[in-house]
Write a protein that binds this ligand. Structure first.
Ligand code: 0O2
Length: 231
């Protein structure tokens, strides 16, 4: 690091904390660091399961139901903020018990039908327990948000043994994801001149997207039927 980019003057950190204080800080942070590592393992496990299914579909049916899989582990600040909102002390035990979405997996599918088929196949795996299912496609949120949310429990294997971990898996089509990205961006925009008008516009876009998804599904089904008849 060059002198210009160094955040603190040389030696400042050493002056701020004694070796004992630094060791104490790291000792206290260690359980949280380990928990975050376990959530990283969890998203990798679930991502692998989904990629395996996509590979199988590709080989067996020459068809990929998954466009992409995105994963993230909730960052520490968002975890603390969510615990604060829920009015719960952010201890390791409380975080594990009360937050189901620290490990997050988003599955972007081509068609709405793929969402339900994949969700059923995934939750039928014998090392997955379905904890909660929220179908915001059948029953969209008032703002127009659509996605299928599953909270699942699945094991990770550590040197100390098996540990059951929770993860949130969100299934959406490409079009639903496009809508949710814009909606998410607007949530963090300050000083919007006419928020009601924008919300109403977004609501209309959500309905157009649902109609488009249904038409694309119908075309896809027609092509599949014609292919099956020709075989
Ligand atoms: P991030 O950064 O995406 O993780 P709970 O988690 O159960 O306490 P809630 O609201 O009941 O809270 O959960 P729900 O409804 O299952 O939604 C949680 C996640 O879904 C959100 O996570 C978003 O990712 C997504 N989501 C839900 N509603 C909307 C919406 O209206 N617009 C968009 N763009 N996304 C939505 P986080 O933690 O809010 O954010």
């Amino acid at each position: 690091m060059s002198e210009n980019t160094q955040l603190t003057a040389p030696g400042t950190f050493d002056n701020m904390f004694s070796t004992e204080q630094t060791e104490e800080l790291l000792r206290r942070a260690q359980p949280f660091i380990e928990l975050m590592m376990q959530y990283e393992c969890t998203v990798r496990e679930v991502e692998t399961k989904l990629n395996n299914l996509n590979d199988e579909f590709s080989t067996r049916y020459n068809y990929n139901p998954i466009e992409s899989v995105k994963t993230r582990v909730k960052d520490p600040i968002s975890i603390i903020e969510k615990m604060k909102r829920k009015n719960i002390l952010p201890t390791i035990e409380n975080i594990e018990k009360n937050l189901n979405d620290i490990a997050g997996v988003r599955v972007i599918c081509s068609f709405p039908g793929d969402i339900y088929a994949l969700a059923d196949i995934l939750t039928a795996q014998d090392d997955i327990t379905l904890i909660q299912r929220k179908d915001y496609i059948a029953l969209p949120k008032p703002n127009g948000y659509r996605s299928l949310h599953l909270i699942i429990e699945t094991p990770i294997f550590l040197s100390t043994g098996k540990k059951l971990m929770r993860a949130e898996v969100q299934f959406r089509t490409i079009a639903m994801d496009f809508w949710a990205s814009l909606d998410h961006k607007l949530k963090y925009k300050q000083n919007i001149v006419n928020p009601e008008e924008i919300s109403a516009d977004l609501r209309k876009c959500a309905d157009s997207i649902a109609e488009l998804d249904a038409r694309m599904q119908e075309i896809h089904n027609r092509i599949a039927r014609e292919n099956a008849e020709q075989e």
